[in-house]
Design a protein around this ligand. Structure first.
Ligand SMILES: Nc1nc2c(ncn2[C@@H]2O[C@H](COP(=O)(O)OP(=O)(O)OP(=O)(O)O)[C@@H](O)[C@H]2O)c(=O)[nH]1
Ligand SMILES: [Mg+2]
Length: 316
């Protein structure tokens, strides 16, 4: 393992792929191997990625935009490394993922500090995959920024807030689906709004004003609503992208960042529900110990998984 971990630290793509597969592995034995990898990682130099969730209407330019932002982030700083996780919809029919061009992010080919990975989404989770959190646990140690492109519009996408440190919503000019957004809870989550494709100027200006107006309506309780930034960009021409990069960099230095450990209880309960169903979740709650306490007592997320599996199998 040590060699793979060392190579992954140096951003070797094959090694990163190997480790990601381990973090996506649902088999019981994988948990302790994940723990071993994380322990090995923390014994050496690590990074501490800022996780940026990117959501928005289909075709708004999320992938193109992420590619441009990531390229700028690494160009601005020779030490910075960026990973992109794109969550792709699973085929309803086969359950298999159609990992096609939909979420392709284009990077300069020779840039080794940019890494892209597709993930199949789960039907039940909407915007993120059940593996997204696990893979983020790995990637935060190896990159400075992790972008997660999510799929779909609607309430299910609120899931992204549980894993991301920061979320941005990307709209395209006069998307009829803006109304959908206003109805869905998603409007309340983003910290940054982007109206992309502003090379299509008139429609873009109209969309900006519609969005500004709707934000005041949908976020009345949020005094910042009127001040929430709306960036007008063109991922094609580059317009407005430097401002978005600056906003992301600025947000990264905020003092109130939660660590992934703070997010673990939520995802531990989600994992229990996924693996053991509602009965499992009922059992967990019946233990009378808050999930955060279980995680601390067993030592880690991975050890808690092993412990829970053993407990649950005991005769009751
Ligand atoms: N004119 C213009 N076209 C753009 C811009 N950004 C992206 N596009 C084009 O819009 C189309 C969709 O871009 P993507 O980046 O795939 O959009 P997406 O939001 O990731 O799409 P899905 O993942 O399928 O929802 C592509 O043909 C892009 O080339 C832009 O700023 N201006
Ligand atoms: Mg895409």
């Amino acid at each position: 393992m040590t060699e793979v971990v060392d190579k992954a630290r140096r951003l070797d793509k094959w090694s990163l792929g190997q480790l990601i597969s381990l973090f996506e592995d649902r088999r019981a034995g994988a948990a302790l191997r994940r723990r071993a990898v994380l322990d090995e990682l923390s014994a050496g130099p690590t990074r501490h990625a800022f996780i940026v969730g990117v959501t928005g209407t289909p075709g708004a330019g999320k992938s193109t935009l992420i590619g441009e932002l990531a390229t700028r982030l690494v160009a601005d700083d020779a030490a910075v490394a960026v990973a992109v996780l794109a969550v792709d919809p699973s085929s309803q029919v086969s359950g298999g993922a159609l990992l096609g061009d939909r979420t392709r992010v284009h990077f300069p080919v020779a840039e080794s500090r940019l890494f892209f990975r597709s993930q199949a989404s789960d039907r039940d989770l909407g915007g993120v995959s059940r593996h997204t959190f696990q893979v983020c646990r790995l990637l935060v140690n190896l990159f400075d920024y992790v972008f997660i492109e999510t799929v779909g519009i609607g309430q299910s996408e609120v899931e992204i807030q549980h894993v991301a440190d920061y979320t941005m919503l990307v709209l395209q000019p006069l998307g009829g689906d803006q109304v959908q957004f206003m109805k869905a809870g998603i409007m309340e989550i983003p910290e940054l709004f982007v109206v992309n494709k502003c090379d299509q100027t008139e429609a873009a200006a109209a969309s900006y004003h519609a969005l500004r107006a709707s934000l005041s309506l949908t976020q009345p309780g949020r005094s910042r609503a009127d001040r929430l930034p709306i960036y007008q960009t063109s991922a094609k021409s580059g317009q407005g992208l430097d401002a978005v990069v600056a906003a992301v960099k600025g947000a990264r230095t905020r003092p109130d960042r939660r660590s992934l450990v703070d997010k673990e209880p939520y995802f531990f309960e989600k994992w229990v529900r996924d693996e053991y169903g509602r009965a499992g979740l009922g059992y967990l709650r019946g233990l009378g110990e808050p999930t955060a306490v279980i995680l601390r007592r067993t030592g880690s997320f991975d050890q808690a998984q092993v412990w829970f599996g053993e407990q649950y199998r005991l005769p009751r």
